[in-house]
Write a protein that binds this ligand. Sequence first.
Ligand code: PEP
Ligand code: MN
Length: 384
Amino acid sequence: MKDLILGGLTSEKGTRAIEVNGVTIGGKDIILIGGPCAVESSIQMSQSADTVKKAGGKILRGGVFKPRTSPYSFQGLGKEGLNYLVQAAKEQGLLCVTEVIDAPSLELVVDEIDIIQIGARNMQNFELLKLAGKINKPIILKRGLSATIEEWLLAAEYILSAGNSQVILCERGIRTYEPSTRNTLDLSAVGVAKELSHLPIIVDPSHAAGRRDLIASLSKAALAAGADGLLIEMHPNPAEAVSDGPQSLHPEEFIQLARELDVVAESVNRVFSCGGQEEGDTLESLRAKIDRIDQTIIERLATRMKIVSKVADQKRLDRVKDINREKEVIQRLVNLGNDLKLPSELVKMIYPLIFEFSVQSQIKRKLVEEKERDLPNVCPLVSK
Ligand code: PEP
Ligand code: MN
């Protein structure tokens, strides 16, 4: 990619986050976008917004201009649908995103919508890309059905070079020879695009899989692969959806998936907080969460103790206890606890105990070591 020139594609490391009306995309937080494929009615959008909110999603999606493969399929409600989308998002304090397909649709939505989507079928609609480059709104740019990563990034470059630096890439599956899924989700594209650009990348498992049974696992895999967010189709009643029903999650499935994302996010040093916890959480689910955390605490403690043993090998017996280091470490942890609103008394109670156990185990280890050294060599031919 020698001839890439502008801001999107750089050797600069890391993702440059995009801020939009209080939501950051490409920061530490994973962003969840959800909603139906197409806006169908006011009630459908209110119910969808309610579910997105409960799941901790920040952005409501819904197509009002549908670029359908067949001209006989539902083409979208246009302006009427836009009003339903905007209104429903407002009711729940969510941002909203919708797809544009040409200059008139862009003009119609640009002042109403927080984020504009350019779909897979328009990824190389260069005139549309140039127009998107002239507006001051973030653009979700989906990867084309058969586009290489280079073609996708060059499409992004059209928007960037026209003056709009707020591009969010979206991997949504590519066409392969495999017929068991609608497309093939190319998760390596996340890493490759991150290596080549500083743009945030989200993953849409819905259009990739085309079937709802794979959405949860693909979503988790996407986060593990480094995606900055997920765009997932969800419908209050998928069986009745006018488009993409088979790949749309039921509201309760969407919320359940969101509940499972936090641990995956955490494992790759990211954060996802499922919303609506007061209403949705049961005693059982809260206890399950606590159990998972307790397990992590014990596992980490065991790892700490193993390292403590190795440290013993580097110390002399009379230097095992280092009171200055102990004080220093506890103070650092108290400060950290304060930042996280953890009572300092708790840290001050737990840590001296951990230190005491560590020191005792180191002393034991040293004594065993010394004893072994002093033991007479019973078999002079075998060296210890
Ligand atoms: C969509 O998000 O509704 C859509 C049509 O997706 P894609 O452009 O990825 O097919
Ligand atoms: Mn769709």
